[in-house]
Write a new protein. Structure first.
Length: 233
């Protein structure tokens, strides 16, 4: 009986010892970090996301790639020059085209003797505004006392420059009509619409700025019109 109890006691002690040993073996030493916690955070993030470091942008670009990016970017100056509209020099704009010509000085086109009126200050402002911007003039018709012909670009420019350079004056009375001849000029736009008419002699400038059909008379006595008058023969 005593021998049997001793064997049971020994078995119980051995079982208890095995249990304690198993529990101690399962515990990790308190001072040692786990393998997963010792890895850098960037590696843990890349491993958890399944994306390699190079693809996730963690790697630093090589000098070659940096140079490529810089060369592909346009400088501010070049971008501004490409986007900015190119301004046109007014002096480079062409004057009225080849349709400008001298035509017979008859009443069918320029009208017979018309009853002009003295122009007012308001009338003069309208003409000066038209004379200050000749860019809309496509071609001219100018009266001639000789053979009709096509005007040269130089002649067209002379006519436009002469008209633009005049300083007409508002008159209180007409006075005696000039004895020299008149040069009659009609200006048209690209669509063939009349812009204005001007009659020039040594003393008067008579104008009609469309849609006004009344001839408005101003004084230009002593001003430079000889080159213009010489063109119509």
């Amino acid at each position: 009986m005593k021998k049997r109890c001793g064997i049971l006691l020994l078995a119980l002690v051995m079982a208890l010892s095995l249990t304690l040993l198993a529990g101690c073996a399962g515990e990790e030493p308190a001072g040692q970090p786990s393998e997963s916690s010792s890895q850098p955070e960037s590696e843990q993030a890349s491993q958890s996301s399944g994306v390699p470091e190079e693809e996730s942008g963690a790697s630093v670009s090589s000098p070659e790639s940096g140079e490529t990016e810089e060369s592909s970017e346009a400088s501010p100056e070049s971008s501004a020059s490409q986007s900015a509209p190119q301004s046109q020099d007014p002096s480079s704009q062409e004057t009225a085209g080849e349709d400008s010509r001298l035509v017979a000085n008859d009443g069918a086109l320029f009208g017979s003797a018309e009853q002009e009126v003295l122009g007012t200050g308001e009338d003069l402002e309208k003409w000066m505004a038209a004379a200050a911007d000749m860019s809309g003039v496509s071609h001219l018709l100018v009266s001639t006392f000789s053979d009709p012909r096509v005007l040269t670009q130089e002649e067209v420019q002379t006519i436009l420059d002469t008209l633009a350079g005049l300083s007409p004056q508002v008159l209180e009375e007409k006075g005696n009509p000039p004895t020299g001849g008149n040069a009659n000029i009609i200006a048209y736009d690209a669509a063939g619409q009349e812009l204005w008419r001007a009659t020039v002699n040594e003393s008067w400038l008579i104008v009609r700025v469309a849609p006004d059909t009344t001839p408005r008379l101003f004084g230009i006595e002593g001003q430079a019109v000889d080159e213009l008058l010489a063109i119509n023969g």
